[in-house]
Design a binder for this molecule. Structure first.
Ligand code: HEC
Length: 147
């Protein structure tokens, strides 16, 4: 009859071995500990995406504050920024899976649609920048209490 301590040791050795083999990389371990339909979004990924979005919103506001009449150059810039925002938002989208950020899961679809609509309106001839000018309002779906 093996002692209790022996059993614990037997259970622990493989666990430690797996941890060692994975190089103690938390992201790799997570791949095993979360179900396959779950997307783990690193905090650093959220942070860098958000800082990019904040920069984009500032550039948009700056361009849209330039005096009318709007130039083609301005239209290109607005459309490019909105495209960059669409790409940034797409990176965060768990694509129907659950993630570790329920707030993102709930709102990312609507957010992406808002940016897309703004981009389409800006692409019109003549362009309509109303939605581009209010795109920062779309941040509120996740950032309700911020101005
Ligand atoms: C789909 C949800 C969602 C949307 C939409 C969203 N955010 Fe965020 N944002 C988050 C989450 C989640 C965090 C991280 C909060 C935390 O971890 O404390 C965050 C954090 C931030 C931060 C802080 C980043 C840091 O350094 O920690 C900024 C700035 C930010 N968002 C700006 C924006 C701007 C600007 C927009 C709109 C263009 C926007 N966000 C839209 C979910 C969202």
């Amino acid at each position: 009859m093996p002692s209790f301590r022996y059993i614990i040791l037997l259970a622990l050795v493989p666990a430690l071995g797996v941890t060692f083999l994975l190089g103690c990389n938390p992201a790799k371990i997570r791949r095993f500990t979360y179900p396959p339909d779950f997307k783990y979004i690193e905090h650093s990924a959220v942070e860098s995406a958000m800082l990019k979005l904040a920069r984009h919103v500032r550039s948009l506001d700056r361009i849209l504050r330039e005096p009318a009449p709007y130039s083609t150059d301005q239209q290109t810039q607005v459309v490019n920024i909105l495209r960059a925002m669409e790409a940034t938002a797409a990176e965060l989208d768990p694509g129907g899976q659950r993630s570790n950020h329920p707030l993102i899961d709930r709102n990312i679809g609507a957010f992406r649609r808002d940016i897309e609509l703004a981009r389409r309106a800006a692409e019109h001839d003549p362009p309509n920048y109303f939605l581009a000018g209010t795109v920062s309002g779309a941040c509120r779906s996740c950032h309700q209490e911020q101005p």
